[in-house]
Design a protein around this ligand. Structure first.
Ligand code: KIV
Ligand code: ZN
Length: 403
């Protein structure tokens, strides 16, 4: 039965996996500021850190749990390896939250078993089961991740997942730890889990993925089509190596194309109900905040939040957008919290864009004056990357005075 409250759960790991980006270390005050903004953004779960990793991480998770983890706020989660001391620290750190989650993990790929863990498959299954049951003694909300699931034997994954769900895991997260899978492979992996893990209906299927091949967001969208209902992501896609799946890209992908995704969620195809709880108008502000506090710059051509994401430079595009935005924009800039799209004046700009900007600046030129100004504009634009309002006013004033 279709239930309009069934949404895709957004699990933000900016403060845990995101902070694992080289050079992106945040202090406790900065983490708290970001956590508050993530709550305003409407994320369902904040992975606030890895409590056992350091006293600073423990303090940050604990502070966020007490301050942001209110009854109507997000679930606060701490990561923990499948070890007693990690799980105990995680449980202690999330204690102050109204809703707390422990996220425990152990690797399942043969590469990790052989070289990193030096354990057999049956030893890994036993540890996973035992540690999930142990975590369950602290809270009901337990997430389990088979690390490197993307390179694990699916049959072994099915076995591990069935056992951890029986031990009490309420979310099973499938990480493409090294960003190796392709969208169709990742989708098939989720489909296989849905079809072959007998008790899978007792848990939510989550996905987590890295962007080593630039495929993380595409993989997640394919996972949603095959049954994933929680997405683990970071603001601006920051994270270990090439980063994690970018929250803003996933959210806007699901929003702009919601009529495409609706049927996969059992919704009527034409429903305009949002697919997530995210207040998209907070996206740009959150991106800027994370960028300035982590010092990780956002590339100008980054989807959704890059400086050029809503900017139009070529004359043909500018003319189209000025006539009707739908010609070259698939979403309104206001949706992500920007005030308007940007017409960038440069050597590719056309007369219509120059006339419109001049009008905004208070210059109503005759066709003859506009023609003269436009010739001059092209000359200047050939020498400069971008023509500012100041340049424009200067060249118009020159033309008008010479006339
Ligand atoms: O990439 C990964 O596998 C992780 C796990 C801890 C979920 O970050
Ligand atoms: Zn990760």
């Amino acid at each position: 039965m279709y239930n309009s409250t069934d949404k895709i759960i957004i699990f933000d790991t900016t403060l845990r996996d995101g902070e694992q980006s080289p050079g992106a270390t945040l202090n406790i005050d900065e983490k708290l500021v970001i956590a508050k903004q993530l709550a305003r953004l409407g994320v369902d779960i904040i992975e606030a850190g890895f409590a056992f990793a350091s006293p600073g991480d423990f303090a940050a998770v604990s502070k966020i749990a007490q301050t942001v983890g209110t009854e109507d706020g997000p679930i606060i989660c701490s990561l923990a390896r499948a070890r007693h001391q990690d799980i105990k620290a995680a449980a202690e750190a999330i204690k102050g939250a109204a809703k707390g989650r422990i996220h425990t993990f152990i690797a399942t790929s043969d590469i990790h078993l052989q070289y990193k863990l030096k354990k057999t498959r049956s030893e890994v299954v036993a540890v996973a089961e035992e540690m999930v049951a142990y975590a369950k003694t602290f809270t009901d909300d337990i997430e389990f991740s088979p690390e490197d699931a993307g390179r694990s034997d699916p049959e072994f994954l099915y076995e591990v997942l069935e056992k951890v769900i029986n031990a009490g895991a309420t979310t099973v997260n499938i990480p493409d730890t090294v960003g190796y899978t392709t969208p169709s492979e990742f989708g098939a992996l989720i489909k296989g889990i849905k079809e072959n893990v007998p008790n899978i209906d007792k848990a939510i299927i989550s996905v987590h993925g890295h962007d080593d091949l630039g495929l993380a967001v595409a993989n997640f969208l394919e996972a949603v089509k095959n049954g994933a209902r929680q997405l683990e992501c970071t603001i601006n896609g920051i994270g270990e190596r090439a980063g994690n799946a970018a929250l803003e890209e996933l959210v806007m992908g699901l929003h702009v194309r919601r009529q495409y995704f609706n049927p996969f969620l059992g919704r009527p195809a034409n429903s305009l109900e949002p697919l997530t709880n995210i207040d998209t108008r907070q996206l740009y502000k959150t991106s800027r905040l994370v960028s300035s506090l982590t010092g990780m710059l956002v590339q100008p051509n980054k989807a959704i939040v890059g400086a050029n994401a809503f900017a139009h430079e070529s004359g043909i595009h500018q003319d189209g957008v000025l006539k009707n935005k739908l010609t070259y924009e698939i979403m309104d800039a206001q949706l992500i919290g920007l005030t308007q799209n940007q017409i960038v004046l440069g050597k590719h700009s056309g007369r219509n864009a120059v006339r419109t900007r001049l009008k905004e600046l208070g210059y109503e030129l005759t066709e003859t004056d506009l023609n003269k100004a436009f010739v001059r504009f092209k000359e200047v634009a050939d020498k400069k990357k971008e023509i500012t309002d100041w340049d424009l006013e200067a060249l118009v004033n020159d033309e008008i005075q010479q006339a």
